[in-house]
Design a protein. Sequence first.
Length: 392
Amino acid sequence: MTTPQLDVEQLRSDTPGCAHVTHFNNAGASLQPHQVIDSVIEFVRLESEIGGYEAQDQWSEQLDQVYDGAASFLNCNRDGLALTSSGSEAWWRAFTSVPLEPGDRVVTSRSEFVSAAAGLLAARERGVEVVDVASLPDGTLDLDAFAEAVDARTRLVCLTHVPMTQGVVNPVAEATTIAHGVDALVLVDGTQAVGQTPVDLTAIGCDLYAITGRKWLRAPRGTGMLFANPVVYDRLLPPLFVDGRSGSWTEDGYSPAETALRFEQGERSISAAAGLGAALQVANGLGIDAIADRVSELGMVVRSRLADVDGVTVHDGSAASVGIIGITVAGRPNADVVQRLRQAGINTAAPASATSLHDLHDRGLDGIVRIAPHYFNTVEEVDHLARALDSL
Ligand SMILES: Cc1ncc(COP(=O)(O)O)c(C=O)c1O
């Protein structure tokens, strides 16, 4: 396979983990490149030498650039970006700021992750009507059914950009246009999208977008971001969790910041944020188009190679195009497959069915073994995986 845009050998030597393991668990947490590792270690060392707040002051420029790096990667206004510690935290900060009353409608998909599903179930218990739209047989959101579900009572739309258990990209820009036609707010879970497929938040036009760092962006664990467009703040509730960073306290009261800092808190891992900044720099340097081409090409190699292995079934819908491939192996529990592959030095995952319940059940599955190649993986590694599965 030729991918002229990316120097895969260089990228592998920039990734210490490549020397130790065949890592196909990038939808869980990717291997960090040395730029990320160096940045975290350098910052932690500085903290230990001069003090936590003092280190933060000394790195204020680099830390400020995290927002610029993200804004340029996502084509959005940096004032709309807040740092969080996970995708779930970003989603919940956004969701809990949307005023929902009994009788309001929320339209969602059948591909939501457990964090969103739990939030929507809680809203349903409070009398909010939650309508979940099925996917087409090809795995993507059924836009016609979605358009029918979005009515004048719809206050909010919650959609996953790329589901956790199959490699399709949902039409979130088209869905946003439909939702905005009735003035509904749009919250997109971009956790599995950002870093593996182009995400242009200006083109998508959604109001709120949740991101995690450790997966396709290859940032440290415990990092995430929320994009919350400042133009909708007058339609949101004040954030639930605040401190001195998220707003200002005067004798007149507490006012949330006018930017997305209102969704951020002062006390968090600054070294992890430094690592996120380095990860964004790496991703911006490579360019999302080259990354996406490589991931999608490798995803197709995985699908076709593994479909030829006796006993292996590839479960992706026909629209599958990105780096998440769900398989099962006849007669073997998914967890057992993951364990045996790990013994052979190959990382995969078997997400519990309770993390993506509707999507899996709609497809008649209790779970899958998830193979998630990133741009630093190789065709030789896919062959190694195919051989390991063949010999189970
Ligand atoms: C589609 C999807 N949404 C949300 C999340 C939650 O992200 P985090 O684990 O960073 O909270 C995940 C995590 O696997 C996911 O796959």
